[in-house]
Design a protein around this ligand. Structure first.
Ligand code: TYD
Length: 394
């Protein structure tokens, strides 16, 4: 696939094989019609961008059945509160805060009672309706040039556009940045957070790669991409969320750039995060990781131990399908999301159970799929005396 911001062809360097929709939890009667795509990743050296070679259409993923709710983690709720405090310095009292991909309103809710001037864009109807019910005005649509133009008619330009874990979901970055350009005032700020390529390479957390995550950004890629549109990366702040993320602060060009930016850019050069070499190394590490986790599961089984999965994350879809781990190994996966419980995991069809089921059917070992929520989960499950494990260090 050619990225619209550059003419250079993407260089695919690895295939994870046949993958279903990561959040496509399904009923038995839908097994026969399940959608799969070949999940290949590549690196665009021109803009240092790690990305999927091809991906399903956004409407296949973000629709009225989207089962991901930002508010499902207490840790993330706290994080969004802190994030809302951070962005306040960019606010001008007269303009509305706009959030791209506002999900259930967990971030914007923090502005209720402080400012009535905020609005979210969220294409997944079910989560958007929950946000509206919670007092967060939400446009049920994708954020793009056309929806940005419509909003500008009503509210004018804004000083602050925010996003979290959503820019990497947008196939047409060209259209997205032009939409930001339409709505952002001359001195406005665009702040967004995304899982960080450097963290993924370091932890070999290849489960960050799935249909929704079309891109895995770094400071190098963000800086190069936004420069093409006369925007500047003016600050970068590492975050612990999602196993290692980065907050990017963007302004129109010729703004003062914080030292953090050069520090991170130099770090990425040193580690070759801006070059395909790091990806080739990553590919080898993914193969080693797969062998290791399969070895671990086999030895548990040889010892007669039972195993379940904890949290039916999107990430788990990549692991289970890439490593071909099915119910022969994992009895069930427990999760708090009512939209997932009672269904089966995408591709491998492992049953999803609620937390009561987990507490009444404890297994000897638990594969922690939400390893990024380790603290919160292990704290909640102190009474479980068996073994926790994952493919990344926990
Ligand atoms: P997350 O890592 O955000 O998922 P994803 O890989 O999809 O981005 O974890 C969210 C999922 O984990 C969601 O299905 C709810 C589940 N979960 C639990 O079941 N219990 C918990 O304590 C937490 C924090 C999450």
């Amino acid at each position: 696939m050619k990225c619209k911001i550059t003419n250079k062809e993407l260089k695919p360097f690895m295939s994870f094989g046949k993958m279903p929709i990561a959040n496509g939890f399904l009923n038995k009667e839908n097994f026969k019609d399940e959608f799969f795509f070949n999940m290949e990743v590549g690196f665009n050296e021109d803009i240092s961008l790690f990305q999927l070679n091809d991906h399903p259409k956004p409407e296949k993923m973000f629709n009225a059945k989207y089962p991901f709710f930002s508010g499902s983690s207490e840790y993330m709720k706290k994080h969004f509160k802190n994030y809302s405090e951070y962005v306040k310095k960019f606010l001008n009292t007269n303009s509305k805060i706009i959030e791209i991909g506002s999900n259930d309103g967990t971030f914007l809710k923090n502005f209720i009672n402080q400012s009535d001037k905020f609005i979210g864009f969220e294409p997944s109807k079910n989560v958007a309706e929950l946000a509206i019910k919670n007092g967060v005005p939400t446009i049920i649509n994708f954020f793009n040039k056309s929806s940005a133009k419509n909003l500008k008619e009503y509210v004018g330009k804004t000083d602050l556009i925010c996003a979290s874990n959503v820019i990497c979901h947008v196939p047409d970055l060209n259209n997205l940045i032009e939409a930001v350009d339409i709505l952002l005032s001359k001195n406005g700020t665009f702040v967004f957070e995304e899982p960080y390529l450097g963290a993924m390479l370091d932890k070999v957390s290849y489960d960050q790669i799935y249909d929704e995550h079309i891109y895995m950004f770094s400071a190098s890629s963000i800086s190069k991409i936004f420069k093409k549109y006369k925007f500047e990366l003016v600050d970068v702040i590492p975050q612990s969320t999602h196993g290692g993320s980065m907050r990017y602060v963007i302004k129109r060009e010729k703004n003062e750039v914080n030292n953090n930016v050069n520090k991170i850019l130099n770090f990425e050069k040193e580690k070759k995060i801006d070059k395909i070499e790091s990806c080739i190394e990553f590919k080898k590490n993914c193969e080693i990781s797969r062998q290791k986790i399969l070895g671990k599961l086999k030895s548990f089984k040889d010892e007669g131990k039972s195993i379940c999965g904890y949290a039916a994350t999107s990430k788990s879809t990549t692991i289970l399908n890439y490593c071909n781990i099915n119910s022969d190994y994992i009895d069930y996966i427990c999760d708090t999301t009512k939209e997932k419980v009672g269904k089966y995991s995408p591709g491998m069809h492992i049953p999803i159970k609620d937390m009561n089921y987990f507490h009444n059917n404890l297994t000897n070992c638990v594969y922690l799929f939400a390893w990024n929520h380790k603290e919160e989960i292990l704290n909640k499950e102190k009474n479980f005396k068996g073994e926790w494990f994952s493919h990344v260090e926990i």
